[in-house]
Design a protein around this ligand. Structure first.
Ligand code: DC
Length: 226
């Protein structure tokens, strides 16, 4: 059967990864969380005190980074590995979220991540979520979804997720972080977040996970023609 590329872009906490994972599972496709790549690079930079404003140091640091996704045998989830270490849990911390938009705006960092993303998508049969997947990484993707949701709903979702790990976190911290990242991700010079002209907008403010999956699956099946 024909295989396609599905891209899922949108603002922070719009529910992209929930949908992308579920869609990939239904289609039997690979799921790639491109945000996890930028988060893992940020973790590497922070841990190794990389001075990323120094071009030489930045380039040397990038050469030391190896990223790959491996399926967790127990849960079936795809998890990111940084130089063979599973960092899926560590990269979800607010400390990483505070810095990731600055790191993701660096042209060399994006070139490194996009090269890998192209390799992941070379055989199609992939669902990738992020900010620039439908516009820059796979501009010819057969199905592009652009997700939106009310800001209060997005803050609430991310708060619940982070609160489970850290009960000291406040809703203001989460709101500030989301607003800051949305602004930086949409206003940067290289590959800013924007809706591709041929993307289909999906507002999931009032949709259940099952409903958004059903809508997206119908769109994917139209493209696949099966
Ligand atoms: O999807 P996420 O919130 O885990 O992504 C973390 C950050 O990575 C996000 O604030 C912006 C950046 N990012 C990006 O610039 N391009 C992508 N394709 C995916 C994420």
């Amino acid at each position: 059967m024909k295989k396609i590329i599905v891209t899922v872009d949108g603002l922070s906490s719009a529910g992209k990864s929930t949908l992308a994972k579920a869609l990939a599972k239904k289609l039997g496709y690979v799921y790639v969380d491109s945000g996890a790549m930028y988060r893992a690079i940020t973790l590497y930079f922070l841990r190794n005190h990389v001075e990323w404003n120094d071009k030489k140091k930045l380039q040397n640091a990038i050469k030391e980074i190896q990223l790959d996704f491996r399926v967790n045998d127990r849960t079936g989830a795809s998890e990111i590995h940084l130089n063979d270490e599973n960092v899926e849990y560590l990269i979800r911390d607010l400390i990483i979220a505070e810095k990731v938009s600055e790191i993701a705006a660096i042209k060399e960092v994006r070139a490194f991540a996009v090269t890998q993303q192209h390799k992941f998508g070379a055989k199609k049969g992939i669902v990738m979520d992020g900010r620039d997947i439908g516009t820059v990484v796979f501009p010819n993707a057969e199905l592009k979804i652009y997700m939106i949701a009310d800001s209060a709903v997005r803050v609430e979702r991310r708060f619940k997720e982070l609160y489970e790990k850290n009960p000291n976190i406040t809703i203001e911290e989460v709101r500030n972080n989301i607003e800051m990242r949305d602004y930086m991700d949409s206003h940067r010079e290289v590959s800013p977040l924007k809706k591709a002209a041929d993307a289909i907008e999906l507002d999931n403010t009032n949709l259940t996970e099952a409903e958004q999956l059903q809508k997206s699956l119908a769109l994917a099946k139209q493209r696949i023609g099966g």
